[in-house]
Design a protein around this ligand. Sequence first.
Ligand code: PEP
Ligand code: MG
Length: 294
Amino acid sequence: RLRKAQQQRFAPAVSADGEQISVMANVNSPEDVLNAKAQGCDGIGLYRLEGVYLSNKMVPSAEELYSYLREALYVVRDQPLVIRLLDAGGDKRPPSLSLPDEPDPFLGLRGIRLLRENLDLLKTQLEVLAKLSLTMKVTILIPMVTLKEDILVVRRMLQDVVAEKGYRQVPPLGFMVETPAAALCIEQLLPLTDFISIGSNDLTQYTMAAGRENMSVSSYYIEHHPAVLSLIRQVIANSQKQIPVSLCGELAANKQHISSLLRLGLRSFSVAPPMIPEVKSIIRLCRVKESLQV
Ligand code: PEP
Ligand code: MG
């Protein structure tokens, strides 16, 4: 029995009607990567870099960040690796960055907005990730995108970095769909991106107007509310034929909603490492070809 469970853990998740679904891992640290590998991940669907910046008094140099990531990712070096640019701001305030005091930090200088104000910080990360992509299947994910410019600034800088260093190829660049504006205007943003990942945690807080850390409104923070599912449905329906689409919020590991997400057309999930075996076994019970209306 134990052997069977072990084999299942490392086997791909194939639905009851025969579609292979990717189950990747959300990670915050090198320890998480080891755990993800042990749980049978199909890759890293979200590497959050915030931990590196929060745990250091100083902003890490390009050399430090490169060797940190190379080491952290060594055990999954043959798998797809989605690494997100620093998503600071909101409740994550690295001491080294001296962020402004804002009345509404979650509606403020967060994610790509902060990086656009600190282009040197952005450039270091792009240099590191472009270099890492020479030896690993690295793709780059932009957090908190609202406007076209949020993507274009990164794409231009990435192209410049690659040209400056004389690398032969530009790694794929994608963005998080986690603001209602990005979800509703997805068609305008698609031509600018190589892939997308739906961030249902932030998409829920911004759609429901209920802070994800705010316990006094936790009954309004409903990740499967029809308003949120409707945005997710539109995003998947409008994007999927053109580019790869993944979902990396907590909703991806929610037992009650995995089959709905599959029937909305989702074929790639990214979840916390301990959830991987269970998400795979739920997928194996689902039929994915009937579609779902919300
Ligand atoms: C999200 O917003 O759904 C997400 C995965 O990103 P984070 O939880 O890091 O904000
Ligand atoms: Mg988010």
